[in-house]
Design a protein around this ligand. Structure first.
Ligand code: G1P
Length: 305
């Protein structure tokens, strides 16, 4: 069955980016000149998704405005004959059918996905998390959709992470591996490194069979007193088969400041108009830092007898 619908939860409060997110959603923070959430929508569309539902919360109106038509702006760009930008702006509002549901309280990712039940109905669907920006030759979600079609069972996108990062993610207990696909024996949300079954982490891309909704209704509050999608997947995995695909490509955790800065730099380096000036600036900075480091290592001459 073709995967046509995607859920993008954007209800989070963005507290790690305060004060930048005091009056604007974290999903609208730009990576170079595009809001982060647009990268996610573009990945979904490039993977064949036709309809997207955002699960929104308070303070998220600018996401709706961004994907809506902007008549005044378009008129102004047309009058000024800025046709290239006009075309880009018009494409944003015609990329996909976009819908919104408001999650009244931030009760966790599991609850956010459950809010999409009516919209999804009885078909497999995708979930993309906005904190995970994937840069890859083949869009990450497309990799997942292709893998899904081999098994028709729910599949989650994964990548190995450093031991010190294990407690930030959902972690799988992998079974057999066929190429880049693991069968999943179990999974656990944000385990400590001592109890983690592996270091293979869930990366914010999921293709889910609709039976997930019944499991989402069974779970209780988990880590952080929230309804966790990982806990519902755990139930799904007890009763059905569940797979995990090792995603190819670079992934940036833009929910963290350092991940956000790395994404900004690497996306800019990939842009023809920015590559040269940015690279020479970075080279200059690195050189200065190296000189500083060498200077610190030098023994001050007054100490030499
Ligand atoms: C969520 C999921 C977690 C997953 C992570 C990927 O956690 O609950 O299983 O590994 O996204 O970014 P969050 O980062 O929202 O706490």
């Amino acid at each position: 069955m073709k995967i046509k619908k995607a859920v993008i939860p954007v209800g989070g409060l963005g507290t790690r980016f305060l004060p930048a997110t005091k009056a604007q959603p974290k999903e609208m923070l730009p990576i170079v000149d595009k809001p982060a959430v647009q990268y996610i929508v573009e990945e979904a569309v490039a993977s064949g998704i036709e309809s997207i539902i955002f699960i929104t919360g308070r303070n998220k109106k600018s996401i709706e405005d961004h994907f809506d038509k902007s008549i005044e702006l378009e008129q102004m760009l047309e009058e000024k004959q800025k046709l290239e930008v006009l075309n880009e702006i018009q494409q944003i509002s015609s990329m996909a059918n976009i819908h919104y549901i408001r999650q009244k309280e931030p009760k966790g990712l599991g609850h956010a996905v459950l809010c999409a039940e009516q919209f999804i109905g009885n078909e497999p669907f995708a979930v993309l998390l906005g904190d995970d920006i994937m840069v890859s030759e083949q869009p990450a979600l497309k990799q997942m959709i292709e893998a899904y079609h081999n098994t028709n069972q729910s599949i989650i996108g994964v990548k190995a992470v450093a031991n010190e990062d294990v407690s930030k993610y959902g972690i799988i207990d992998p079974g057999n591996k066929f190429g880049r696909v693991h069968s999943v024996k179990d999974l656990v949300e944000k385990p400590s490194i001592d109890t983690a079954p592996s270091n293979i982490a869930v990366m914010g891309r999921y293709i889910l069979n609709p039976s997930i909704f019944s499991y989402l209704k069974m779970i209780e509050q988990g880590v952080g007193n929230e309804l966790q999608l990982t806990d519902a997947l755990r139930l799904q995995c007890e009763n059905e088969k569940l797979y995990a695909l090792e995603l190819e490509g670079r992934r940036y955790d833009i929910g963290e400041k350092i991940g956000y800065i790395k994404a900004m730099i690497e996306v800019a380096l990939n842009r023809a108009d920015l590559h040269r000036p940015l690279l020479s600036y970075l080279e200059g900075i690195v050189e200065e830092e190296l000189v500083k480091k060498l200077d610190q290592r030098k023994v001050p001459s007054k100490n030499i007898i």
